[in-house]
Ligand binder design. Structure first.
Ligand SMILES: Nc1ncnc2c1ncn2[C@@H]1O[C@H](COP(=O)(O)OP(=O)(O)O)[C@@H](O)[C@H]1O
Ligand SMILES: Cc1ncsc1CCOP(=O)(O)O
Ligand SMILES: [Mg+2]
Length: 260
């Protein structure tokens, strides 16, 4: 399977380079996403103090900006880190958690996009749609729309911002504004575990760190999520064990016990 070989090639690079991934992310998922990055072979660091983010981003291979539990001091740090990354050609991935639920979140996402030029924007359907149409109100951090419905919005967002836009859901769609890659698979248990979308974002950062083709890197991350999620769900009894099996299966792939 060619897609699998191509993902495994990126994973080999992640293992060899162990890229430092600087995460400014939310309190809910810090532990999950750090563990997922470690399982894959990357090196996570969570740092959000404005006093240190410029230095931390400067030594990182990719930057995650995740607005899940944002507050004014964190936004300042995100902007410093984002500008630093942008000036040094360090890839940035923005997760617009809950965009459209409050005007604050939507406004901050627009400012971050404007100031930091993210390489990839990854969110669920509702979040991506709300970034294009300010009238779209979402319920919270979970999507109320199908990913298929968001594809045209994602293309517009990609064309407007120059970012690759990655929409997650039952089917994932990743677009540069013209081409659209589709990723199927995964499991309905995945959205029953908090932080799975944020994990997808963190893994996308790891792929961006080793693969300069951002459309391919973002697609690889979603293919890996889907593949690992499906394997984990076969063994899980519910969300609790799903979380554990997901990490273990990710580690199995990363340590090379699964071959293409
Ligand atoms: N119904 C589903 N079937 C299969 N995979 C899913 C389903 N819903 C979400 N996923 C997967 O779960 C992960 C998180 O996606 P999603 O729940 O949309 O993100 P978020 O947590 O940001 O809302 C992605 O890898 C996505 O492909
Ligand atoms: C529940 C919640 N509330 C604020 S951030 C967060 C986590 C969202 O994570 P994900 O979007 O990956 O489910
Ligand atoms: Mg999310």
């Amino acid at each position: 399977m060619n897609a699998l070989k191509s993902i495994l090639k990126d994973i080999e690079l992640i293992k060899a380079q162990s890229p430092l991934i600087h995460n400014i992310t939310n309190f809910v998922v810090m532990n999950n996403t750090a563990n997922a990055l470690l399982a894959l072979g990357a090196s996570p660091v969570m740092a959000h103090a404005s006093e240190e983010v410029e230095e931390m981003t400067s030594i990182a291979s990719a930057l995650v900006l995740n607005i899940g539990t944002l507050s004014p001091t964190w936004i300042d740090s995100m902007k410093i880190a984002g500008r630093t990354a942008s000036s040094k050609n360090i890839p940035i991935i923005l997760d617009p958690v809950g965009a459209g639920a409050t005007s604050y979140r939507s406004r901050i996402c627009r400012e971050l996009i404007q100031d930091c030029n993210p390489t990839v924007i990854r969110g669920n359907a509702s979040e991506i749609m709300s970034l294009v149409d300010e009238e779209i109100q979402t319920k919270g951090v979970d999507s109320t729309s199908s990913s298929l419905h968001a594809v045209e919005y994602a293309k517009v967002l990609a064309q407007k911002t120059g970012a690759i836009v990655s929409i997650s859901g039952e089917i994932d769609y990743i677009t540069d504004g013209t081409r659209v890659n589709e990723v199927r698979g995964g499991s309905p248990l995945m959205p029953r575990v908090t932080g799975m979308g944020c994990t997808a974002t963190a893994l996308t950062a790891a792929f961006l760190a080793v693969n300069k083709n951002a459309l391919e890197a973002a697609t690889h991350a979603m293919e890996l999520m889907s593949w690992v999620g499906e394997k984990a769900a076969k063994q899980a009894k519910g969300p609790g064990t799903m979380q554990l099996f997901f990490l273990d299966e990710l580690y199995q792939v990363a340590t090379g016990e699964v071959q293409a």
